[in-house]
Each structure stands twice: as C-alpha cells, then as structure tokens.
Design a protein around this ligand. Structure first.
Ligand code: AMP
Length: 197
C-alpha cells in the first residue's frame, strides 16, 4: 500500500552524550518551530516526580546504562499521539538510541503518516566528550554528569548500542555527518545548511 506523508520537517539530532544535541536541538526547534523531544528530559521529569517509571529508570540512568527500549518507545508513542496533528515537525534529541528504537520510530511515524526527514550526526572526539560532560556536571545538577566512570560507561553504551543506529539511517539515505567541535553558532549554521539541502 502506498503511504502518503504529511509535509513536516522531522529531524533526528544524533550523537554521543556531550556532543551538543540538547543545545543544538533547542536552537533548531526555535528556528524551525519544531517540537523538541528529549527522552533524557522526559525521563528526568519522571525521576524528579518520583513516579514508578522514574524510580525504575533511575537505576539505569545512575549507572550510565540505557533505559529499556519499551519504556522510551512508549513515551515517544504518547508524544506523537498528543502532538503530531499540532506541530510543524519534531526534533528528536537522544532518541532513537538502539536499532530497535529506530525501527519502532519508523513504525510509529508511519501510523501518523509521518516520516523522518533527516538524521544529523554530531562528530566529537571521546576526550572532548568526557571533558564537556564533567564540566557540565559542575552546574547541571545531574549525578550522571559528575562521575567519570559513569560518563565513560555512557560513552561505551553509545559505542555498543547507539552507534549502529547511524548505519540504519545511512541505509535509508538520511544520514549527514556534522563537525560537532568548534563554536556553537558555526555548528548551528552547519546544521541549518544540512537541513536546507
Ligand atoms: P541524555 O539526557 O540524553 O544524556 O540521557 C540521560 C540518560 O537517560 C541516558 O544515559 C539513559 O540512561 C537515559 N536515556 C535517555 N534517552 C534514552 C533512550 N532513547 N533510550 C534509553 N535510555 C535513554
């Protein structure tokens, strides 16, 4: 059956922890009037509210491990259901983080006659990532940003489980690599150029 997609801009901002996804996603959300979805932020809201989901997620987050796929996929399903008819598009930040999540996202988007327009992958070296996160940990209030062993574990989880997601989107012809080191404005400019192509 042929699918008809709504003309919306749906971007995935992809990259390891500390690559600047959150900062850049917020800037792009404003520029293109997109709904910014950060699964990390959604989980932290649950955690701070002390909900059963938050308490369960905390165990994984504090250990620098990924939260189980079904938990985050359910959160995304809810956001898409609530907002897909109201917005110009979505910018996903920190999701999908596994190939199973990417497959589930394709299916969920399809249900709403949507698809992913582009996947922009921020490239930052591991040493720079660790430094940035530990620096952020001084003010972010995030316990997973403060401990070097947890930070390294998060980067390892990225290498093992999340990096393969890039190949999934490359096979769909949607992946663009963006230099993620340098000043924030020039990285935003490079992202905007990639979106406009
Ligand atoms: P972030 O704010 O994106 O750095 O995410 C913080 C933590 O939340 C991660 O280290 C994971 O424990 C969890 N998390 C966020 N997004 C996901 C996701 N898509 N899949 C699994 N765990 C996630």
């Amino acid at each position: 059956m042929q699918q008809f997609f709504k003309a919306m801009l749906n971007i995935i901002l992809f990259g390891p922890p500390g690559s600047g996804k959150g900062t850049q996603a917020a800037l792009l959300a404003e520029e293109y009037e997109l709904k910014h979805i950060s699964t990390g932020d959604l989980l932290r809201v649950q955690l701070e509210a002390g909900t059963p989901l938050g308490l369960e997620a905390r165990k994984f987050m504090d250990a620098g491990a990924l939260v189980p796929d079904e938990v985050v996929i359910e959160m995304i399903a809810t956001v898409l259901r609530d907002f897909s008819s109201e917005v110009n598009g979505f910018i996903f930040d920190g999701f999908p983080r596994t190939v199973a999540q990417a497959e589930a996202l394709d299916e969920l988007m399809g249900k709403h006659q949507l698809d992913i327009s582009k996947v922009l992958s921020l490239q930052v070296s591991e040493e720079e990532l660790t430094q940035r996160i530990l620096e952020r940990g001084k003010t972010s209030g995030r316990s997973d940003d403060r401990d070097e062993a947890t930070v390294r574990k998060r980067i390892q989880e990225y290498e093992n489980k999340t990096a393969p997601v890039a190949a999934f989107y490359e096979a769909q012809g949607k992946l663009t690599l963006i230099e993620g080191e340098g000043n924030i404005d020039s990285i935003t400019d490079a992202l905007c150029v990639a979106i406009s192509i």
